[in-house]
Design a protein around this ligand. Structure first.
Ligand code: KG4
Ligand code: ZN
Length: 351
């Protein structure tokens, strides 16, 4: 075997312990060869933040501190391995809440130092995208539609681990818009699943505007749509009319889906993408999945959507993305710090 083949074989067997604490999920996972999930433990704080209607950063950090050690132990136990079997530690470096990121980073650095193994600071969105690789092989060039509570991006994968953002939201992220609209309709946090359900139940549609922006733009904007929903709710209240929340949910969801799917398919066509990858928490949206499935089928474009447990925040996806760096021997220094503004393109593998 050549040196490259030896390195490749070693990478295919490499066991990564991955840690994710960027927002309100504390998670640890063991991933082998960047593809095989040996364990993926996720502890959600949703019930704690629910009463505040959103994530409270201070509380999130404190909960991460309380749970991280136990979650790491559970991940190893569920994988049936010990600390001595780990080849590298991966951790979400950013973007995310700075205090929350720090908890995972401190844990990861301590382990890397104690075990004397490499540390891999990992981009959270690269994780969401590479969750797909835990299910199927990604073919390049590929186009990812990233839709979560904090992000809405169209990312072109020119090659393995090479990211180029071709469109992004100019204001609210799509999940954020869902949560704000749900709040205005007095639905619980997180609101996305509730709006999705109401939209499916609706018999009428309250037609709302679509934000296409400039004709050639792949950017998004959801704040105008959100304001249109709030205005409709206020008008009903002022006139003392009963509000059909299902019709409004359907109208909001239709607008979001039409813009997302139209831009994603146009971008895939223009860039010769071989696949469309859907990822992030909003990938759970039934309406969006159905619309993309039928449009991709009509266009002959393979669509990849990870299972729900890999769409929401989890550490296995961080392990999958970190493997890109492990394979190439690109490791982080033990001086690694959380970077809430970490840029995806800059996290690309070295050319
Ligand atoms: O990726 P994620 O778990 O966390 C972030 O990194 O942001 O995404 C959470 C977001 C929330 O805004 C939530 O309302 C939204 O995903 N979400 C949905 C659905 N399920 C979760 N949005 C629309 N429809 C759904 N079925
Ligand atoms: Zn996320």
């Amino acid at each position: 075997m050549s040196m490259e083949q030896v390195a490749e074989k070693a990478a295919a067997e490499a066991v990564i312990l991955a840690i994710e604490t960027s927002c309100d999920e504390t998670s640890a996972a063991v991933v082998k060869g960047g593809k095989e999930i040996l364990s993926n433990i996720v502890s959600s704080q949703i019930d704690i933040h629910e009463r505040f209607g959103g994530v409270v950063p201070e509380i999130a950090s404190r909960k991460h501190v309380e749970t991280i050690t136990v979650i790491i132990e559970q991940a190893l136990q569920a994988a049936g391995i010990g600390f001595e079997d780990i080849d590298a530690i991966a951790v979400t470096e950013g973007p995310g809440l700075v205090g929350a990121l720090l908890v995972g980073i401190v844990a990861a650095k301590s382990l890397a130092m104690a075990l004397d193994i490499p540390l891999i600071g990992t981009h959270h969105i690269a994780g969401h995208i590479y969750a797909n690789e835990l299910v199927e092989n990604i073919d390049y060039p590929s186009l990812a539609l990233v839709v979560s509570g904090g992000h809405t991006e169209l990312v072109l994968l020119e090659g393995e681990g090479r990211f180029r953002i071709i469109g992004r939201t100019r204001d609210d992220a799509v999940g954020e818009a869902y949560d704000k609209v749900a709040r205005a309709l007095q639905l619980p946090y997180p609101g996305g699943p509730h709006i999705d359900r109401l939209a499916a139940e609706a018999e009428q549609e309250h037609v709302l505007p679509r934000a296409w922006l400039e004709p050639d733009s792949y950017d998004f904007s959801f704040s105008g749509l959100k304001s249109a929903v709030l205005a409709a709710i206020n008008q009903h209240r002022m006139k003392g009319l009963e509000l059909d929340a299902t019709a409004l949910a359907r109208g909001f969801q239709s607008s979001v889906i039409e813009v997302l799917t139209t831009k994603a398919l146009r971008a895939a066509r223009e860039h010769g993408a071989r696949q469309l990858l859907l990822c992030g928490g909003v990938a759970a949206n039934r309406g969006l999945r159905e619309a993309l499935a039928s449009q991709c089928a009509a266009a002959g474009l393979p669509l990849l959507i990870p299972p729900h447990s890999l769409c929401t925040d989890n550490a296995a996806m961080i392990g999958a993305a970190a493997h890109l760096k492990l394979k190439r021997g690109e490791f982080s220094e033990l001086t690694l710090r959380g970077d809430p503004g970490l840029q995806l393109e800059q996290w690309s593998v070295e050319a």
